[in-house]
Design a binder for this molecule. Sequence first.
Ligand code: UT7
Length: 326
Amino acid sequence: MLPHNCILGTGYAVPPRILTNAELENMVDTTDQWIVERSGIRQRHIAEPGSALSDLATAAARRALDAADTSAEQIDLIIIGTVTGDMKFPSMACLVQEKLGAVNAAAFDLSAACSGFLFGLNIADSLMQTNGYQRVLVIAAEMLSSMVNWQDRNTCVLFGDGAGAVVLGPASDQRGLLSSYIKSDGSHHRLLYNPGGSQHPPSHENVDSQLSTINMEGREVFRHAIVSMTDALHEALKRADLTPDDLDLLIPHQANIRIIEGIGKRFKIDPAKVYVNVDRFGNTSAATIPIALNEALANGRIKPGDTVGLVTFGAGLTWSSCIVQF
Ligand code: UT7
């Protein structure tokens, strides 16, 4: 059997500007109480209009490289999970490659919405096994503030901006990425989507009718999220020949505290073993998992030898899970 790949270092970066629920009360018909009760979100970080998401992704990547004691030249591959890259093309991964000076890498973006980081981890792991890559950067970076309809209270209170990154390398023992799982169901793509694309290219009319902003059937997405993430976790555990009791920590996608609690109940895991930071960052889409992972390693919630479950869900619909032993 081939050796596992492991996470050698992590990093994250968020814009300095914090948008509070109190500020949102002045923008749309909402209240701090509603947002906290229905989503668990108290604040989110928002990028300045016109700023480059590639700068945030590069900052997160530099921190991950430092933590992994790895130079940019050592990186063989950069994958970025994002749906809000700086430009339509080239990929943001190419922009980050240049900013880092990762001159020996191949680089591409991956579109799986909130599942972008775990889809990226899965693909990176596979390419390392087949192509012999030794050091791979998997980044998730999202600036959903750039595609939120700031007049739509159903969505504008939920999202935040941020970037997270990990450096992968071959493990020297049996630890590392033990298993992973990715899945999609395009038949529900209308539950969460942004129609602005080649079918509706930018025009005054399209911009005026909010055709480049996020549309979401919140209640339906909520229902699918709990079922799909619980199933995905069971699948990844089965593939690693483990049971739920073997998990020391669960890091679920941070979209809504009630979804996180719903997964915990369905999965029958002690709430103390479930990581939560949605209150401070909101839903940063693909970036929620690497941001939480970085925090959990830094604050001691993950200790050497711990087995951690990562699980996410997003537009597509897409969902994904991964079991990692540190
Ligand atoms: O990242 C992956 C994908 N995203 C998610 O996982 C998000 C999934 N969905 C959710 O998190 C929740 O469905 C929401 C937080 C979006 C909404 O919570 P909910 O409990 O499902 O509320 P709802 O959509 O059923 O709306 C309840 C009421 C509605 O009013 P009526 O029709 O009952 O009179 C909404 O109009 O709450 C109203 N509402 C608001 N009220 C105050 C919706 N947004 C707001 C708001 N402030 N911001």
